[in-house]
Design a protein around this ligand. Structure first.
Ligand SMILES: N[C@@H](CCC(=O)N[C@@H](CS)C(=O)NCC(=O)O)C(=O)O
Length: 215
């Protein structure tokens, strides 16, 4: 059964696709254009009642929330493709910890910077300079924690690439190019080396090549 991914051009969908590629799982995409409101149609809301991307359909199984989807496939195909979800319960716990940090500490200020700096005109939002400054300050404090963590190991959890790192790819990509804030990565030696390592994975290069950002 080929997995159907509704997306695919936006950040959260790319998290799922990078995971599917790492796990060597066959998939096809269904294009949903957020700027045309295709995520708010009755048909789409039946799949994802909150009207956001992505959703996957795997036979008659439907799942939304990008991080739940990547965990599902990392577990379901544990021994296929890259092992992304740790070898021990402790590794798994730490991977989950960093996925939660990504979702609750890292992505929120960065998502807002993307909306303010990249999507504002398309979304009819006036960029708010105070908010941009606050977001950058918040994100800088988070990245300082990452710098400390990454001074101790190559990846967020030990010496292997895992869901903890993968989950950061889509929004760090915006930070690395497009927002004019690449220095937030490059000024931090260990974050910078980590970004080079994870963003050069063939899976991520393929995602970028196949699904260019909409703006
Ligand atoms: N927690 C959700 C967030 C999904 C999300 O915010 N998706 C964005 C695209 S990256 C979206 O669909 N935004 C449309 C909207 O907010 O109307 C997930 O990870 O799946």
């Amino acid at each position: 059964m080929v997995v159907k991914v509704y997306g695919p051009a936006y950040g959260s969908s790319k998290r799922v696709i990078a995971c599917l590629i790492e796990k060597e799982i066959e998939y096809e995409v269904v294009n949903i254009d957020l700027f045309k409101g295709e995520n708010k149609t009755q048909e789409y809301l039946k799949l994802q009642p909150f009207g956001v991307l992505p959703v996957i359909q795997d036979g008659d199984f439907t799942l939304y929330e990008s991080r739940a989807i990547m965990r599902y496939y990392a577990e379901k195909y544990k021994s296929q493709g890259t092992d992304l979800y740790g070898k021990t319960m402790e590794e798994k716990g730490l991977i989950d910890q960093w996925v939660e940090v990504e979702a609750h500490n890292f992505q929120p200020p960065l998502y807002d910077l993307v909306v303010q700096l990249l999507f504002a005109s398309k979304l009819g939002v006036t960029p708010d300079q105070n908010r941009i400054k606050e977001d950058e300050e918040k994100l800088a404090r988070v990245l300082d924690v990452y710098e400390e963590r990454l001074s101790k190991s190559k990846y967020l959890v030990g010496d292997s690439f895992s869901l903890a790192d993968l989950s950061h790819l889509p929004f760090t990509q915006y930070l690395a190019s497009g927002l004019g804030k690449e220095y937030m990565i490059r000024d931090r030696k260990h974050v910078s080396e980590w970004w080079d390592a994870i963003s050069n994975r063939p899976s991520w290069r393929k995602v970028l090549q196949l699904y260019p950002a909409p703006v």
